[in-house]
Design a protein around this ligand. Sequence first.
Ligand SMILES: Cc1cc2nc3c(=O)[nH]c(=O)nc-3n(C[C@H](O)[C@H](O)[C@H](O)COP(=O)(O)O)c2cc1C
Length: 328
Amino acid sequence: MSDGNGPNAFKVHEIMIGRTRFPSNVLMAPLAGYTCFPFRLMAKRLGAGSAYTEMVSADALKYNDRATSKLLYTDERETVKCVQLLGSVPTVFERAAKSDLLAPFDVIDINMGCPVPNVVKAGEGSALLEDIPRAAKIIEACKRSGKTVSVKCRLGMNGQKIVIEEFARMCEASGADMITVHGRTRSMMYDGEPLYEYIRLAKESVGIPVFANGGIFSKEDALKMAEKTGADGIMLGRYGFENPLIFAELTGHECGDTKYSLLLEQLELSSEIFDEFYVLTYIKKLASYFMKKMPGTKQLKADMYRCGSVSELRDVLGAIFKGTEYAD
Ligand SMILES: Cc1cc2nc3c(=O)[nH]c(=O)nc-3n(C[C@H](O)[C@H](O)[C@H](O)COP(=O)(O)O)c2cc1C
């Protein structure tokens, strides 16, 4: 993809991140409750250079419970495996990064952006923006696993406390192989236009690849983000889930898929791996995101949410999507 104009026109290309080759520089963000294995596989098949697991507590790995093992599910079909860890204690990160549970993963991404109050109170996520020495130790601890290490962060805690320049330099000095900058502060949560100039500042402050994230809801937004920040690549969040076909559109991947065909594919794939309750929850979420811009879907959504089995859900999805532009 390129708008063909100007020195900052965005080019899609493969990119080396530390020891790991990403087939494209258009990535799918971690989204808690959404970026499960089937979704990640689909995003990559459509052109995403990588897709991240949702955040997993570094500390919770020691329990190896069923909830965590679902989050960490991967197999040989997934290439460029990236796991995101959340936590605040460097030794806990090191133990997690070196653990057998994470052995299949090529890349460890460290969450330094989550704005949720309980997370911040625990000194995790975006709280690390205000504890730069600790953040540095966490990166160094993860690097000792020998894996590729990336950091995903925000600009600062609020508009008066923007730290991204110093933070980006610290990430590079501590050994991070890449930084994804969500161009909002913690207090902006998920709203408002990203502050492009600060993503650009991060890009200009370091030599490692910088990816730009936040507020990309169309191809035009993607081009604008790339143009305004000069970033090495972009990462899509909510819109990547709403319309995974955007990855094919941005990267020029040929695919004959429709939103309906993707839903059926995801239904089959997730049924192969997960229990029926999980499949129903996941597919209902995905279908309702896919229906975001479909007019008059209130009743259809209610019908869908009532489905209690996969076969019933398959029939209802057919009734909703067949014959619409989402199935052509
Ligand atoms: C429902 C939801 C779950 C999220 N979960 C995570 C997460 O697990 N880890 C993370 O680093 N960011 C998480 N994020 C933030 C996104 O990765 C992304 O940075 C943010 O949504 C901005 O991008 P967007 O405006 O394109 O959606 C989440 C965001 C949402 C809306």
